[in-house]
Write a protein that binds this ligand. Structure first.
Ligand code: PLP
Length: 397
C-alpha cells in the first residue's frame, strides 16, 4: 500500500486481471543481489529463462525478453516485421485491441479494424472474407488479441490461422497473449503464429516490467525487409547475443530471477494442469454470477475466458462505487470497466497465483459488496461456486 497510514491486516486481494498476486517464492527470488549482467553467472540465468519461455510459449523458435511493459512488445512485433504504410488487419474485440490499433496507426500503418461488440471474440469468417477479397495481398499482417482482458472474451486463434491458410494469404499472424500466456492454453508453434506478444504481470505471476515476443521463421525472415524505424526493439541485436544468454543492453536482472522461479512453478504444476485449473475457476466464477442473477459480459460460451470474468451491472447501478466499497471494506481490488465499459462492468481476475480458497474469498468479497452497496442480486453465489468446485475436475497435485 502506498498510503503509508493504511495498514489493513491480512493479505490484500489483488483480483484485477493483471498485475496479479505475486507468489512469495517469486518475491524471494527477486530479492537477491543484482549481478554483473556480462558475467558468467548471468549467461546461465539468461539461457535458462530464454529456454523456459520457449516451453511456456510452446515453441522451439526464439523468444525475446524486453525490459518493458506489454505495450513495448506490441510495438516490437510491428516495427520488426512491417514497413511504413503497410496494411494491417485488426479486429475490435475490446479496449486492448483498440489500443493496439492506435499504436499501429501512430507508427504509420494503415489499419482495417473489423468492428466488434466487445462481447464476442474475433469472427474468423469475417477475417477469411477480408483475406479472400484481398487478391493483391496488400494486407501484410493480421493482428488478434487472444484473451481480451477488457471483456473476458477469448478468440479462436487456430480458426484465424485456418482463415489465412484457406485463403492462401501470405500475411503474418500477430497475436497478443499478454493475459493468456501461462493461464490459457496457447501454442505459438502448433498454431502457426508468427509473432506472439506477452507480458510478465498476468499469468506469469511476476510484477510488471518484462514483456516478450515469440517469433516464427517467417517473421524472422520478414524482419530483414521491414523498414519501420527500430532501434531499441530490434530483434537482431537481441538474437545476436541471446544464444549465450546475454542481452544487448542492461536486462531487468532481478525480474529475470523472478521469471526463473515462475517458470519452475509452472513446470512443477504442469502446463496442462495450469490451464485446467484456470478453466475450473472460471466455471465456478460463472456459476456464482449466474446464482447472483447477474450477467456475464461474454455472450459466446466458446469465448468464456479462463483468466477473468467481466460482470455487467444491473441498469442504474455503477460498477465503480461497488468496486470502491469492496476496496475500502474488504481490501480487495477488482478490475474496472475500460473504455466504453467504464462503470458498466467489473472484472474478476482469477488467474495466476490462485486456488480454490482464493476464489471463495474473492467471491465472498463480491457478494458482501453487492449486498452492502444495495445492488439487486440473489445471495448464494459462493455456495454455487463451491458446488461447482466439488464436481468439476479436481486440481492436479
Ligand atoms: C495488460 C494487457 C495489455 C497491456 O500491457 P501493458 O503491460 O499494460 O503495456 C495489452 N493487451 C492485453 C490483452 C492485456 O491484458
Amino acid at each position: 500500500m502506498l498510503a503509508l497510514n493504511r495498514h489493513p491486516s491480512g493479505r490484500h486481494f489483488l483480483q484485477i486481471p493483471g498485475p496479479t498476486n505475486v507468489p512469495d517464492r517469486v518475491l524471494r527470488a527477486i530479492d537477491q543481489p543484482t549481478i554483473d549482467h556480462r558475467g558468467p553467472e548471468f549467461g546461465e540465468l539468461g539461457r535458462e529463462v530464454l529456454a523456459g519461455m520457449r516451453e511456456v510459449f510452446q515453441t522451439r523458435g526464439p523468444v525475446i525478453i524486453y525490459p518493458a511493459s506489454g505495450t513495448g512488445a506490441w510495438e516490437a512485433a510491428l516495427v520488426n516485421t512491417l514497413s511504413p504504410g503497410d496494411h494491417v488487419l485488426m479486429a475490435e474485440t475490446g479496449h486492448f485491441a483498440t489500443l493496439w490499433r492506435r499504436l499501429a496507426e501512430r507508427l504509420g500503418l494503415r489499419v482495417t479494424f473489423l468492428p466488434g461488440d466487445w462481447r464476442h471474440g474475433v469472427d474468423a469468417a469475417e477475417i477469411a472474407a477480408a483475406l479472400r477479397a484481398d487478391r493483391a495481398h496488400d494486407i501484410a499482417a493480421v493482428c488478434v488479441v487472444h484473451n481480451e482482458t477488457s471483456t473476458g472474451v477469448t478468440s479462436d486463434i487456430p480458426a484465424v490461422r485456418a482463415a489465412l491458410d484457406d485463403a492462401g494469404h501470405p500475411a503474418l499472424l500477430l497475436v497478443d497473449t499478454i493475459s493468456s500466456l501461462g493461464s490459457i492454453d496457447y501454442r505459438h508453434e502448433a498454431w502457426g503464429v508468427d509473432v506472439s506478444v506477452s507480458g510478465s504481470q498476468k499469468g506469469l505471476m511476476l510484477p510488471p516490467g518484462l514483456s516478450f515476443n515469440a517469433i516464427s521463421e517467417r517473421a524472422l525472415a520478414r524482419a530483414e525487409q521491414a523498414r519501420l524505424p527500430r532501434a531499441y526493439w530490434d530483434w537482431r541485436d537481441m538474437l545476436a547475443v541471446n544464444d549465450k544468454g546475454y542481452f544487448p543492453y542492461t536486462p531487468a536482472t532481478n525480474l529475470l530471477y523472478g521469471l526463473h522461479e515462475a517458470i519452475a512453478m509452472l513446470r512443477a504444476e504442469g502446463l496442462p494442469e495450469v490451464f485446467a485449473r484456470h478453466r475450473r475457476h472460471a466455471e465456478a466464477t460463472r456459476a456464482a454470477v449466474e446464482a447472483w442473477g447477474l450477467e456475464v459480459l461474454c455472450l459466446d460460451p466458446n469465448g468464456y475466458s479462463p483468466a477473468l470474468t467481466a460482470v455487467l451491472m444491473p441498469e442504474g447501478h455503477g460498477a465503480d462505487p461497488l468496486r470502491k466499497l469492496i476496496l475500502d471494506r474488504f481490501d480487495m481490488s477488482l478490475g474496472q470497466g475500460l473504455g466504453k465499459l467504464s462503470n458498466r462492468i467489473f472484472r474478476i481476475g482469477h488467474l495466476g497465483h490462485f486456488n480454490d480458497l482464493t476464489l471463495c474469498g474473492t467471491l465472498a468479497g463480491v457478494e458482501m459488496g453487492l449486498a452492502a452497496a444495495g445492488v439487486p442480486h440473489r445471495p448464494g453465489g459462493i455456495a454455487a461456486a463451491m458446488a461447482r468446485l466439488a464436481v468439476a475436475e479436481p486440481p492436479a497435485r
